[in-house]
Write a protein that binds this ligand. Structure first.
Ligand code: FAD
Ligand code: DLZ
Ligand code: SF4
Length: 523
């Protein structure tokens, strides 16, 4: 018998925060928390085993922490024989099990789950209250109000609005400290040869995590990605300790070397906290305030503190705003009409293009790559090769431990692929091999020659870059930010252009020989 007095509080796998809105006003005498490991979520894309293990282990530890606070938690394991495999099925079963008269949830991070959640009440037959996700610093309604009436929705004005709203890095007159809002121009240095990044400090799995690793190895070991060694934090305390270590050891150089890449050094001076922030183990405002305090204490330079804060107070909130503002249509965008399949080597790392082999190999081993690796290596290649955005998107969603559609989709469609036609970026982030050579040591050990523009040894990024500009001339030549490369293109002889087109066509034909393009090479 259901009772209106008994309520089920739902906590999803990326909502592991004690101040989650679904837990507000929880009464241990009448409320029960539901957490569920479900096959649908683990397989809607073939998530990296480290990502699944991180989330299941973090969920199990969070459930223990709630229980230690005297809260009744119903935790459904993946191996429960009655597990239906879906959120809807598990909420329905739990409502029946507990005779709950109402369900309270926090809005999910993905459109597809939001649609399912909106149907719970009708399908399950009890009222479902869906509360706002207050863990973010810009509510969806506030983003919509900011966006209303604007012709373009660029990051910079959004970021300044957020700095003012939260009073971050402002002087007494409300102006940006140091006189500038943005120190990005200082944040593009190449890595000096002798500079060593801080050594990683992995967290040793405890018994709870070890059991999850065993489960994930058995059930999802065939997914792309190495499960072992596993060193992610899976509790709030360990995530906070990892962040604090970052502040003390890497943050001072975060700004300077934010864009640098080096073989065998996946992290360099990055934080590796996106997975913790996105799952709820870290709180974004606490992180921002801690970094601001480190600057005010003189422990880190302003370009590092501002650069880092911009990622969280700016980019992270901005992409979430873009996602909800433009969904569901955003997932369908393909402004450059790109229809090639994702090359197989994205799932094997088996390619002669060393930059791609390094970044994809690292992704397979760590479920991590930093922003420039994602944007300027794997993203740039997919853009230049005209890969279908939906395929690229499914890849990014699967392979990174921090990936959820609300953050992954705008970064892929908006930033990396220009599939949204410029809603986010003022121009495509297309680059030739010269950029990769400047920011990394990858070219040194590559079978291709980054200085050659054509010929059998030419770096494919060079060929594809000019080919991309030619293919998309009618769409992009009018963009003032691309005026310079289009002027260079105009100075090329017709024979030179034809040679680039022929050679890049040959390269793409070879690439897609195993899996022929679904349509004529686009984008
Ligand atoms: P750091 O470099 O240390 O930066 C600090 C924090 O800032 C990050 O933890 C993250 O929370 C935030 N941040 C930085 N850049 C962005 C950004 N562009 N958008 C949103 N937040 C940002 N980030 C995800 O969290 N999940 C994703 O699924 C994801 N997919 C991406 C796909 C592509 C194609 C690209 C180009 C970027 C993607 N990013 C994604 C953004 C960014 O690459 C990662 O947040 C970052 O690399 C995570 O590593 P880190 O924690 O060491 O970040
Ligand atoms: C990513 C993920 C995975 C792999 N597994 C689960 C799960 O078993 N149970 C769960 O509650 N959440 C999981 N998640 C996270 C969800 O996909 C995420 O909560 C939704 O996509 C909404 O953002
Ligand atoms: Fe990548 Fe070209 Fe450099 Fe090789 S030469 S590592 S393909 S950029």
């Amino acid at each position: 018998m259901s009772s209106p007095d008994r309520r089920l509080r739902v906590v999803l796998g990326d909502q592991l925060s004690p101040r989650l809105s679904a837990l507000d006003g929880l009464d241990p005498a009448r409320d029960r928390v539901l957490m569920m490991e479900v096959a649908d979520e683990a397989t809607y894309v073939p998530h990296h085993p480290k990502k699944i293990a991180f989330l299941f282990a973090a969920m199990r530890h969070f459930a223990e922490a709630l229980r230690a606070d005297g809260i009744d938690v119903d935790y459904v394991r993946l191996t429960d024989p009655a597990n239906t495999g879906s959120f809807t099925g598990e909420v329905a079963r739990a409502v029946a099990r507990h005779g709950a008269g109402a369900v309270i949830a926090t809005e999910p991070g993905e459109w597809r789950v939001a649609e399912a959640m909106a149907a719970w009440s009708a399908e399950i037959g009890v009222p479902v209250e869906i509360r706002e996700d207050t863990r973010f610093l810009c509510a969806r309604g506030d983003f919509a109000a900011w966006a209303a009436g604007r012709r373009s929705l660029r990051l910079e004005p959004f970021y300044r609005m957020m700095r003012r709203r939260y009073g971050v890095l402002l002087d007494d007159a409300g102006q940006p400290v140091g006189g500038q809002w943005n120190y990005d121009a200082e944040n593009r240095k190449a890595l000096p040869a002798g500079l060593a990044p801080p050594a990683p400090v992995p967290v040793a799995p405890d018994a709870v995590t070890a059991a999850v690793l065993d489960l994930v190895g058995r059930r999802f070991g065939h997914h792309f990605g190495r499960l072992h060694p596993f060193g992610f934090a899976v509790t709030r305390a360990d995530a906070e300790a990892a962040f604090e270590r970052f502040v003390e050891t890497a943050l001072p150089r975060f700004g300077d070397y934010q864009d640098a890449m080096r073989t065998g050094e996946p992290v360099l001076f990055h934080s590796v906290i996106a997975l913790y922030l996105n799952a709820g183990l870290l709180d974004p405002l606490t992180v921002v305030r801690r970094v601001e305090a480190a600057w005010r204490d003189g422990a880190v330079p302003l370009n590092a503190a501002e650069g880092f804060i911009r990622q969280i107070l700016g980019w992270r909130e901005y992409v979430r705003g873009i996602y909800w503002h433009f969904m569901p249509g955003y997932a369908e965008t393909n402004a450059l009409d790109a229809h090639n399949p994702l090359p197989d080597f994205y799932w094997t790392a088996d390619t002669e293009l060393n930059c791609l082999a390094q970044v994809i190999g690292q992704t397979r081993d760590e479920a991590y790559a930093h922003h420039i690796q994602r944007l300027m290596v794997t993203g740039n290649f997919a853009l230049l090769a005209g890969v279908e955005p939906a395929e690229v998107c499914a890849w990014y969603l699967a392979v990174y431990a921090d990936a959820y559609e609300w953050v992954e989709l705008p970064n892929t469609h908006g930033m990396a692929l220009y599939a949204d036609g410029g809603r986010m970026a003022s121009k495509p982030y297309a680059a030739s091999g010269a950029y990769i050579d400047r920011m990394s040591d990858y070219c040194r050990d590559c079978r291709y020659d980054v200085r050659q523009k054509t010929g059998p040894d030419a770096c494919p990024f060079n060929l594809l870059y000019w080919d991309f500009l030619m293919r998309n001339q009618s769409r992009l030549a009018g963009n003032p930010r691309l005026a310079m490369p289009y002027r260079t293109l105009a100075r090329m002889t017709p024979a030179r252009r034809a040679q680039i087109r022929t050679e890049s066509g040959r390269f793409l034909d070879g690439l897609f020989a195993a899996a022929p393009p679904r349509a004529a090479a686009g984008g």
